[in-house]
Design a protein around this ligand. Sequence first.
Ligand code: 13P
Ligand code: SF4
Length: 308
Amino acid sequence: MDLVKEIQRLKKEKNAIILAHYYQVGEIQDIADYVGDSLGLSQKAAETDADMIVFAGVHFMAETAKILSPDKTVVLPDLNAGCSLADSCPPEAFEKFTKAHPNHVVITYVNCSAEIKALSDIVCTSSNALKIVNSIPKETPIIFAPDKNLGQYIINETGRDMVLWDGSCIVHEAFSMEKLIQLHKKYPDYKIIAHPESETHILDTATYIGSTSGMINYVKKHQDQKFIVATEAGILHKMKQEMPNTELVPAPAKEDNTCACSECHFMKMNTLQKLYDCMLNESPQIEVDPEIIERALLPIERMLELSK
Ligand code: 13P
Ligand code: SF4
């Protein structure tokens, strides 16, 4: 069976839209109607008139799409495609944490569950985090969760003293400083660009820090330069497609990591076969409690409003 043809057929038959993140395998990115970062994907999910959203990404992304479009069918190729960062912030413990810091505005990075979003005042992604934090009056204290690395980056950039939740992404914490230094010695004229989920010592080496789409746009603007790319390696697919003459090397991961570069095994759980199956069977579907949807929608809408 020609999976690509069959997926195209199902897309028409079911009036479906395929939204894919830059960390998906290349063949999924190539068949998607839209490939983007977390912000772009949620903007698409909010505006689409498709009946079915096929989310080629991880669970929190598909859940955000369901919150924004509760009447649509939202399917995820593999329900186990989670996120270590989202998992590092369980709702009960987080609710206690917010209660221990009364009068704080709660800003949460979109990489968290719907329950955490429902406990938030405003959501952000890596592409609008600085803008969202700067939109809060200076004298108002802030809780930032769940990513302590992104949080620390925002503190350094804005000078705001935020209370951070102690969460992180296993993929972005896997970069090895030692190996990065060795790689840079081998490629001294390569500039380092990094995602803000990386640790401070990695970010300190970077010429540019930004979201996945921010990194792609930066390379696009500087195609004559060469880059070491410190984020999940799936992003190289789009970069190589759009900038075929730009030299790119993925940042190296620590010895104990499963691959030489950094791959998110959650993102890589989705395959073309599972994508086809989920469209055909309209399963697995993302379901969110209506009461949670009601509470989680407002902080996401606030973010979308501020990101226009
Ligand atoms: P972006 O919003 O930058 O695409 O980040 C998503 C993500 O999961 C990074 O690990
Ligand atoms: Fe989560 Fe990290 Fe994977 Fe992004 S790369 S989905 S933050 S585990």
